[in-house]
Design a protein around this ligand. Sequence first.
Ligand SMILES: [Zn+2]
Length: 205
Amino acid sequence: MERLIKGHKKFLAEVFPQRRDQYHLLAESQAPEWLFITCSDSRIVPDLILGTGPGDLFISRSIGNVVPVTMNDVDGVTATIEYAVDVLKVPHVILCGHSDCGAIKAALNRQGLDKLPKANRWLQHVEAAFSHRQPLNPDDGAHAELCSLIRGNVVAQLKNLRAQPSVARALLEQRLAVHGWYYDILSGHIERFDEDTHRFVPLIG
Ligand SMILES: [Zn+2]
């Protein structure tokens, strides 16, 4: 905990004073432009890789960047989506998967989930990834198979995202765009899912 307390002291001393006006504005309201749905993985730091800051990204995180569609009971992800789309009226939703995702590894080897009843049930939503596997990419080396499934999971969850009532409505009203991304931890690069070709292409061409 010491490290966090030290970090917070540094924030109060060095960061906050420089952004006082911005925080003053943000204290009353928010108008984020993006709902960012990603994995809980500690290596994904959205503000760092996208150059964003306070007030920019409305974020939903869960293992495997899942968007459940078949659960009857309420869950945090879909409630967050509904709020972002219907109340905050974000114009963009980005669903971002990443390389070396433990959730997808677990989906490949379900025995490891035997003692994790909640994670096991949650990751059933990842099963759909298998039917959306992407072509193997030689750049992914020994992890090509895992990476193709991770990209497939982005496509699967994107489909689930579009099926959310609030999202479907906003898409119909043409006030929302949805995007599927894959973030490679090793290179730092992001790929986007191209809806026309159904393939992932570099975000920066
Ligand atoms: Zn992950």
